[in-house]
Design a protein around this ligand. Structure first.
Ligand SMILES: Cc1cc2nc3c(=O)[nH]c(=O)nc-3n(C[C@H](O)[C@H](O)[C@H](O)COP(=O)(O)O)c2cc1C
Length: 359
């Protein structure tokens, strides 16, 4: 029996104990509406760490207030947010997990009702606490308010905000940073011809559409130094004929490799609705495999990877280098321990307090 899931992986100076990671998942739990984590976050991320995950990537965290999906998102644009994240990182470290954070700007999909806790859906009005959104162009996401197109000065503000948040992530003790370049949020909006209709050097060719992402990667790398892994989450395809294609994403991945990115977390969709997405077990794994081959970078596969042997096979056969397990980890934060039992890996990180349950 192989134990590929439990073979540590090293990215730059960071060794991660296994290849079952937790992808970013918004909790919409900042009831103070100021981007500062709540007790919920401490418990949530602590329990995921205790369950044996290799790395945990904290949910989409706004680099500026207007970059949040909703008012109850986390933020990392000030020191109070940084100082409140630090104990969460410490708690996860005490359980052996590596901690990452997904730095995000929601672009034209910002200022919406959170998934729960308010009545209504779609864009928030100013009376409901909403704000003006920004995007590459004025084209709205279907059903949401139209954004303002970013000008050169606005783009510069975004780049600097990612850098400042990255610095605070380092200060809070995070081990790795993931940039959110997927799901129809700002960086994906620039990458995708569905949302980017610019005529300047940030629009048109794939090279131009990738420019903002690559500028942010370069600026963040310069800030965080050489030791820390930098990941990018990409939508491997828009699933639409006129949208971003997987071969283009492979090319973007190759550029990201040249710019010092260490691993690509390959999801899909999110920039147009409706889209014909063939949802099913492991449905995004082929995208991770294709981008891995085209870019030369390690990739993470995500999306309905819910079974230990399914996860083991993905890593053992080289379809991806790590798996990210989302909703199954919400159903059972002990999934990594369960997977270890399934593949007969007897050195799993079982807390000594719970050891009798595993004898
Ligand atoms: C509650 C919830 C919140 C999510 N929030 C984010 C997020 O903040 N950033 C992100 O890139 N993806 C987010 N996602 C997508 C997940 O990271 C993951 O890609 C998706 O759930 C598919 O994996 P799964 O089938 O293992 O759950 C979220 C998913 C869920 C269920």
């Amino acid at each position: 029996m192989t134990h590929a899931l439990f073979t540590p992986i090293t990215l730059r100076s960071l060794e991660i104990r296994n290849r079952i990671w937790v992808p970013p998942m918004c909790q919409y739990s900042v009831d103070t509406l100021d981007g500062v984590p709540a007790p919920w976050h401490l418990m949530h991320y602590g329990s995921l760490a205790r369950g044996g995950a290799g790395a945990i990537i904290v949910e989409a965290t706004g680099v500026v207030p207007e970059g949040r999906i909703s008012p109850t998102d986390l933020g990392l644009w000030n020191d109070a947010q940084r100082d409140a994240l630090a104990p969460i990182v410490d708690l996860a470290h005490s359980q052996g997990a590596a901690m990452g954070i997904q730095l995000a700007h929601a672009g034209r999909k910002a200022s919406t009702h959170p998934e729960w806790g308010t009545e209504g859906s779609g864009s928030l009005t100013p009376e409901e606490g909403g704000w003006e959104t920004v995007g590459p162009s004025e084209t709205p996401f279907p059903g949401l308010a139209a954004p303002r197109a970013l000008d050169a000065a606005g783009i510069d503000v975004v780049v600097r905000a990612f850098v400042a948040s990255a610095r605070r992530a380092v200060e809070a003790g995070f081990d790795l940073i993931e940039l959110h370049g997927a799901h129809g949020y700002l960086l994906h909006e620039f990458l995708s011809p569905l949302s980017n209709h610019r005529e300047d050097e940030y629009g048109g060719s794939l090279e131009n559409r990738s420019r903002l992402l690559l500028e942010i990667v370069d600026a963040v790398r310069a800030e965080i130094g050489d030791g820390m892994p930098l990941l990018v989450r990409l939508s491997g395809t828009d699933w639409l004929e006129d949208g971003l294609r997987v071969d283009e994403v492979g090319q973007v991945g190759a550029w990201l490799k040249e710019h010092g990115v260490d691993l690509l977390d390959i999801s899909s969709g999110g920039n147009q609705s409706p889209a014909p997405i063939p949802v099913g077990p492991g449905y995004q794994v082929p995208l991770a495999t294709a981008v891995r081959a085209a870019s030369g970078l390690p990739t993470g596969a995500v999306g309905m990877i819910d079974e230990p042997f399914q996860a083991e096979q993905i890593v053992a056969t080289g379809l991806a280098d790590v798996v990210l397990v989302g909703r199954e980890m919400l159903r059972d934060p002990n999934f990594p321990l369960r997977a270890a039992h399934a593949v007969r890996y007897d050195a799993a990180p079982i807390p000594p307090q719970y050891a009798r349950a595993h004898r």
